[in-house]
Design a protein around this ligand. Sequence first.
Ligand code: HEM
Length: 320
Amino acid sequence: MNQQTKYGEVAARIRAAYAGTPIAPIRPQLTDLDVDAAYAIQQENTAYWETEGRRLVGSKIGLTSRAVQKQLGVDRPDFGVLFADMIVAEDEPVAVGRVLQPKIESFETLATSATRHEGVLRLCSHISGEVQEHAYWGSARDRIPSAQTDPLAPSGKVEFEVSGPVTARRIRVRSHGNVCVIRSGQDWSDSAGRERELYLQKMEPVLRRGMDFLRDGDPAVTGCYSCRYADVLDASARPLDKRFGLAWFRSLHDLERWSESHPTHLAIFNTFMEMVQELNGQLTTQFYHEVSVLAASEQRLEYLNCHPSTGLLRLQTERG
Ligand code: HEM
């Protein structure tokens, strides 16, 4: 196979990944891959997308800091292209995947169901069976690959950059490293009879109390920057039998502290255990969570004309 054909093949696989098909890392399959080859592959895709009608509007230069170059073992900046469809216009919704982009090394997810999945698990072609790293406090940390060699301590503090007139305030958040985000979801669509009654009358109110506590508590004490307990809606905005809590913590340590020791999560945990016991372990209600530890560069937060208690803005208000 000549070199150009090989680059063409790799470029096509990268396009498939953009379209949502996971691909194996390309590096090991290209023994002769160097920086020039990488740019040749990028150029192949740029040309392809231009023939598909995408309009080139600019370039992006990355790795300009010598310190970051050193950290990643490279000796020069890198370049990418920007297409017109990457621009987000005023008031246009932004997909959540463009806001949070955790590295897989700093991510873990756990689900009670082997088949019925939500969130990131829907992208996986298969999942493992029961893991050993669960059912003890500290197990979430043990499931995060980067936590094996890095304490994932928080660095810096959250800062705000305010612009625009009072009627259309734009606030950009400069967050810090190792912020920890958890999405903890529940799906009781398949439950019926006693199980449904137990979930809705016993479990759910206890969970709601925990979510309210994190939402309303003082972030300086709880370590929780923001907590939202959200209903999942269908395409016609009707609530499904699914909810999730989405909470931002200063660090993995702060999340662990709440889950291991605060009466609200201990009540959630105990109520769950009572439910499991009464139903002899036969549950159709599904539980899952996704925990991400994010570098500052993996978070993009911007608030336009929002209520001062929205998300992380609450930190600004509390500081006065
Ligand atoms: C009905 C909802 C919930 C139930 C039934 C539940 C139950 C549990 C259970 C059984 C565990 C131990 C899991 C294991 O490792 O095997 C656990 C751990 C954990 N839960 Fe929850 N939980 C719920 C909601 C939440 C929420 C909303 C949050 C955070 C906002 C949360 C945060 C955590 C964390 C971080 C751990 C791992 C702690 C560690 O590894 O030390 N949970 N929960």
